[in-house]
Design a binder for this molecule. Structure first.
Ligand code: RBF
Ligand code: MG
Length: 181
């Protein structure tokens, strides 16, 4: 990808946005953090997400730990994943935070399953598999594409993050935080 705009979407949030999802964080492919250095929270690509075009979206999210759930270990695609349901997060991890979301087949990886992955622009204290997550999708950034290298994919995602910050700074998008606060 060559030239990309630094801000996307209309000045005021426009239908079909906002699209709201309230769901659970599931185990992903296990390469967001390890390979790309861009951790993602994965959710099921069902409900209102099923109707969305594949691509990259921006919006807000809030992680809500499940109280009273015992931490357990699950095997996901040969990996041991600790499901702590958000018990190890601190107060500053639990606010309304900006996010970018990828919905699709991940053309770069040739995945066969549709996935919905959220990168939250925040440094969390710990993992939060199994936790509840509320999401407000506020707008569309770009279509998902394949890249010549992993480095190009990482660069594209970093541009998505900048575009999301700029796009969410507008008053109409700031107001949407209240939907999940
Ligand atoms: N994967 C692709 O194959 N093509 C993309 O254009 C693409 N864009 C993404 C944009 C964002 C904001 C995020 C968080 C992920 C994106 N991915 C894309 C998915 C990426 O391949 C995925 O996070 C890793 O494979 C980890 O599962
Ligand atoms: Mg992930």
């Amino acid at each position: 990808m060559t030239e990309r705009p630094s801000i996307v979407g209309p000045e005021t949030m426009t239908a079909p946005f906002p699209i709201q999802v309230d769901t659970d964080i599931i185990g992903g492919f296990g390469r967001g953090s390890s390979e790309l250095g861009i951790p993602t929270a994965n959710i099921a690509a069902d409900g209102p997400l099923q109707q969305l075009d594949h691509g990259v979206y921006y919006g807000w999210t809030r992680v809500i730990p499940k109280v009273g759930k015992k931490t357990d270990s699950m095997k996901i695609k040969d990996r041991d994943v600790e499901f702590n349901y958000g018990a190890k997060l601190g107060p500053d991890d639990l606010g309304v935070l900006p996010m970018v979301m990828s919905i699709g087949w991940n053309p770069f990886y040739n995945n066969s399953e549709k996935s919905a992955e959220i990168h939250i622009m925040h440094k969390f204290k710990d993992t939060f598999y199994g936790s509840e997550i509320k999401v407000v999708i506020a707008g569309f950034i770009r279509e998902d594409t394949s890249f010549d290298s992993m480095d190009d994919l990482i660069k594209a995602i970093n541009t998505d993050i900048d575009v999301a910050h700029n796009s969410l700074a507008r008053p109409s998008y700031q107001e949407a935080k209240s939907l999940i606060s």
